[in-house]
Ligand binder design. Structure first.
Ligand code: PLP
Length: 359
């Protein structure tokens, strides 16, 4: 297997893929694959309900929250959030942390009034704004944060306390990588394709009172209340993706749950950050130390030629996905839940060796 450091879609655990392979042609003795099965069948409904329960258990989601499986990626949530939760006269407040926060804000601007509650743009988004600088407008409908900026490699280490204003978190690139107090949030959402499974399903965890009744003018599929009322089975769901999320959640459970995964992730990234920090400046981390991500490690070498050579040689040695995002350049290693410690060890060794040869 490749040392897969892709930013998304990303690595899945071999055990999960193998289990899916075993059940691929015949799911639970039904004589058909889960993807051939009616989403109204008892067997599929069980997968749908169990996947919700697993996530509830792992994240200790309070009973007044709903878990939804939607489509359209986290990008569709950028629009659904203001459509459903930003009425006229109110303000959607956003913490500007980088590329993904910017995309979320741009969509909200199409729908209603917005405000930037804090920003680290002056620092080229190499950090998370100090939480004490966040200014929530009086008329705020919600405060939106991007818990982990996938492209810049920064991550909130704690979240702002917002009082009565619902906090909304885009956790696409760090969901289930660490324990989170769900009750601090009005809503959490994430595309599944980094930490939770394949692309095709978007997870929404939302406080019931926020989605009781969506504005009447919104098309049916874009209303949260449609999906709440229909237990995420309003239309044909991405059943195979939900099934794989189910297997992924059981895998996390088997690893000892979210706290154990957090420690594992720390150990993994420590290996690589240490290599960067001890390189005497050969490698330079992009993010400020206090805010650097345990999911996306962004770094540079002092010339672009060396960076290109790094990527080329890494590929020859079985590493995948180490080129930085085209918008910021440099290098990036994404170390999501399913990336094994062995891959990170191999990368740290490769980096040290590359420096020896080129330093
Ligand atoms: N938000 C963050 C933080 C992301 O990293 C991504 C994708 O990489 C998205 C949103 C967009 O997700 P999707 O491709 O599911 O629309």
């Amino acid at each position: 297997r490749a040392y897969n450091f892709n930013a998304g879609p990303a690595a899945l655990p071999l055990e999960v893929l193998q289990q899916a392979q075993e059940q691929f042609v015949d799911y639970a003795g039904a004589g058909m694959s889960i993807m051939e099965m009616s989403h109204r069948s008892a067997l599929y409904e069980q997968v749908n309900d169990e996947t919700q329960s697993l996530l509830r258990e792992l994240y200790q989601i309070p009973s007044n929250y709903k878990v939804l499986f939607l489509q359209g990626g986290a990008s569709t949530q950028f629009a659904m959030i203001p459509m459903n939760l930003l009425p006229a006269g109110k303000v959607g407040a956003y913490v500007m942390t980088g590329s993904w926060a910017d995309k979320a804000l741009k969509e909200a601007k199409l729908i209603g009034e917005t405000a930037i509650a804090a920003s680290s743009e002056a620092f080229k988004f190499n950090r998370i704004p100090d939480l004490s600088t966040i200014e929530i407008p009086d008329q705020a409908a919600y405060l939106h944060v991007t818990s982990n900026e996938t492209i810049e490699g920064t991550q909130f280490k704690s979240f702002p306390v917002t009082g009565d204003v619902p906090l909304i978190g885009d956790m696409s690139s760090d969901i289930l990588s660490r324990p989170v107090d769900v009750s601090q949030f009005g809503m959490i959402y994430a595309g599944a394709q980094k930490n939770l499974g394949p692309s095709g399903v978007t997870i929404v965890i939302v406080r019931e009172d926020l989605v009781q009744e969506s504005p009447k003018t919104i098309p049916t599929m874009l209303r949260y209340d449609t999906h709440v009322k229909n237990n995420s089975l309003y239309n044909t769901p991405p059943s195979f993706s939900v099934y794989l999320v189910n297997l992924m959640l059981k895998w996390v459970q088997g690893k000892g749950g979210v706290a154990a995964i957090e420690q594992y992730n720390r150990d993994k990234t420590q290996l690589i950050y240490q290599t960067i920090d001890q390189s005497g400046g050969f490698y330079k981390g992009f993010a400020e130390t206090a805010d650097r991500s345990t999911m996306n490690i962004t770094f540079r070498i002092h010339t672009e030629e060396l960076e290109k050579q790094f990527v080329k040689e890494s590929e020859q040695q079985g590493f995948v996905g180490l080129k930085g995002h085209r918008s910021v350049g440099g290098l990036r290693a994404s170390t999501y839940n399913a990336v094994p410690l062995e891959s990170c060890k191999a990368l740290a060794d490769f980096m040290a060796d590359f420096q020896r040869r080129n330093g």
